[in-house]
Design a binder for this molecule. Structure first.
Ligand SMILES: [Zn+2]
Length: 112
């Protein structure tokens, strides 16, 4: 699929992807925040489970539970944010820019 500028008909078009970049960043932050909450929950669960194995088990269990919660939260948030941002790019934002005249325009089904 070849995209051409609606103003000057140039085919020197670049995509901007502001939405997906912004979405990824916001999603990663939100995910990390959610991950932090999951971290405490995971740490608590891990510590409780670890208690069976004694004090050392409690500490190790808490660390492992917290780490897993944080990693999962960040990765999930980033992926979700990127997906949402990409939808924004494709549906809402002027996601294409002409390199010759600087005109920005919207292509509904953008080739990625
Ligand atoms: Zn143009």
């Amino acid at each position: 699929m070849t995209i051409s500028c609606p103003r000057c008909n140039s085919q020197h078009i670049t995509t901007r992807h502001y939405g997906s970049k912004t979405g990824s960043a916001i999603g990663a932050v939100a995910g990390a925040a959610g991950g932090a909450a999951a971290m405490f929950a995971g740490a608590e669960t891990g510590a409780t489970l670890g208690l069976v194995a004694g004090p050392v088990g409690s500490i190790v269990g808490g660390l492992a539970g917290g780490l897993i919660g944080m990693l999962l939260g960040g990765a999930t948030g980033c992926a979700t944010g990127h997906a949402v941002g990409r939808q924004l790019d494709e549906q809402v934002l002027d996601n294409h820019e002409c390199l010759d005249c600087g005109h920005t325009f919207h292509v509904p089904t953008a080739e990625q």
